[in-house]
Design a protein around this ligand. Sequence first.
Ligand code: ZN
Length: 410
Amino acid sequence: MSTSATCRFCGAVLTESFCDLGLSPLANSYVSADQLDQGERFYPLHAYVCSECYLVQLAEFETPEQIFGDYAYFSSFSRSWLEHARAYVEQTSARFDLGPSNQIVEIASNDGYLLQYFQRAGIDVLGIDPAVNVAEAARERGVPTLAEFFDAGLATRLLAERGPADVVLGLNVLAHVADPADFVDGVRTLVAHDGVVVIEAPDVRELVARRAFDTIYHEHLAYFSVTSLRNLLRRHGLEVVRVERVPVHGGSLRISAVVTGNGTRPDGSVAEALAAEERWGVGDAAAYRPLVEGAATVRDHLRTLVDDVRSDGAAVAGYGAAAKGTMLLNYCDLGTDSVGFVVDRNAAKHGRFVPGTRQPVLPVEALADARPEYLLVLAWNLLQEVVDQEAEHRGRGGRFIVPVPEPRVL
Ligand SMILES: [Zn+2]
């Protein structure tokens, strides 16, 4: 399949297909009870790798406003994510010697889960998040938050009103940005000359290695390598000075960048990461091919596994009503006859239904009544947390099905 779509960063025509997952509903558009008798829209889900700047991205489909208007994701609902946040704040505060005279701006600050820790350390914080309901939740816990989309225009306004920021954080946001050039332009405007920009984004190499095709969905417009991120930042006057790997969202890159020419020299991690990506084949579509082949293999094996279990009379429930769960259930065509319901700790999702496959989302407590023999761990990035929490399920002989990189039973 070819397309006339162009790279959302450099404008080159996209010719190299990376992964074509067919049609899919919007992963976070949970269906309410009164929508059950209505249809749903499915959209093409086809990723490309740009042969000029190596940015891996979805071809444009429809307006992203539709995706983010009623975004029900609240960061604070995952315990391991909160622990990651707390450790991150301690590390960052010490490394940059942050104190009451410093200002941190976080883009896509969600419900303030991260900024609250900086705030407790006496640092001046500002959150920005376009989802009105999550920005409101942040303000309720005392974290000042603007309910707006971050772009170059907003950055100019903030600079005039508040002055430059010592730290600009963008954790897991760049992948959601339709116009990354404008976004990075804004970041460059906002950060102080001696400040630092910290960006976290899922690592495309990990995506391929883990066959994590279920993290490809419409809200994720791009997938990054150090090489493509550096290309992107450089064009907008920012230089990558440090690369770290963090074990969130199945393996992410954490990039620290500074204003070009401010005197900070990149440490050895940058050259090392670039060399490793070159050896891997970051500019070569062949390096990405194991992902799409892996997706088909996972689908076939998982379907067989669930069918076998079901024909033995056992019940299967899903754990974790996250976006990747929607993708997995839909791509593998696991409807309510295969996976009866899905549980999640987030009360905002209870009483709703998974897009496409329509499993009801129930509180975790529902497992004690239904007693399914198998739990399909849709939130596989939280596997250990799920296994630890479900001691009762284990206690009555319940098993866990882990879908990727290869379906297996624990
Ligand atoms: Zn490009």
